[in-house]
Design a protein. Structure first.
Length: 253
């Protein structure tokens, strides 16, 4: 059995269409939408609407953790524009292309920048969307937990720690624990380019320690201090490099 795993696709539709080649199934751990590319400020919904100079400024403010200044700039740019309508139209265009690129079968969960309410409109019959639920793939139980925890960034799909922990608990024992965000291990949560800690989940770490799945797979942190570590017998692996490398992580058994 060969499963390809991707996360943090961020608009890379052409690469996504090739991601399932040679695999029996594709697993996607979210963040399909590209709102603002921190490596290339010309890409994404934000620069399409407001230009590269404003994208440069927004990245500068967020990287410096000047979130209040970033929110002020954001309000100024959106003044007089139907924010919800403009973003939804742009997200729909991206989702139409990205969901069409998914091979059959695909098992997918949401990232923190995704819009869950729209997924069922675009997911084809060969794509199974999971969040707080499990799927059997090749005789192994995969558990999926989508979205992120609440942050100052206020991305579209952030939930409380209690709600997130409830989704983790609903999985029960699994062989492969799949989530968008990492377990709360500092080295896995630190982004060396953004120079900040992203939020990891203590509930995920507790599940890894108690259930000891063979793998815990996640993304979210694009340039982690470390990409993998072990917790007991569990191999924790960051697979969130897809937008940068255009290459899926491969799991075989």
């Amino acid at each position: 059995m060969r499963v390809h795993v991707v996360s943090d696709v961020h608009g890379a539709a052409e690469a996504l269409a090739r991601a399932g080649e040679g695999a029996d199934a594709l697993v996607c751990l979210g963040d399909l939408v590209l709102f603002l590319d921190y490596a290339d400020h010309s890409r994404g919904i934000f620069p399409d609407l407001f230009g590269v100079e404003n994208a440069d400024r927004m990245v500068e403010l967020r990287t410096a953790r000047r979130f209040e200044d970033a929110r002020i700039l954001d309000r100024q740019l959106w003044e007089g524009i139907d924010r919800r309508g403009a973003i939804e139209s742009a997200v729909r265009r991206q989702y139409a292309e990205l969901f069409a690129a998914f091979p059959t079968p695909t098992y997918a969960t949401y990232g923190n920048v995704d819009v869950p309410d729209l997924w069922q409109e675009y997911a084809a019959p060969g794509t199974t969307v999971l969040d707080g639920t499990t799927a059997e793939i090749g005789g192994r139980v995969f558990g999926f937990v989508g979205g992120g925890l609440r942050t100052a960034m206020r991305t579209p799909y952030e939930v409380s720690e209690e709600d997130y922990a409830a989704k983790v608990a609903a999985l029960g024992p699994v062989d492969v624990l799949c989530s968008h965000i990492p377990p709360a291990i500092p080295e896995l949560c630190y982004d060396t380019t953004a120079r900040r800690f992203e939020r990891g989940s203590q509930a995920l770490l507790d599940a890894v320690r108690s259930i000891q799945p063979k793998y815990a797979l996640f993304g979210h942190v694009h340039q982690p201090l470390i990409a993998r570590t072990r917790v007991g017998r569990t191999e924790c692996v960051n697979v969130g490099h897809f937008n940068h490398t255009r290459t899926p992580w491969v799991l075989e058994w």
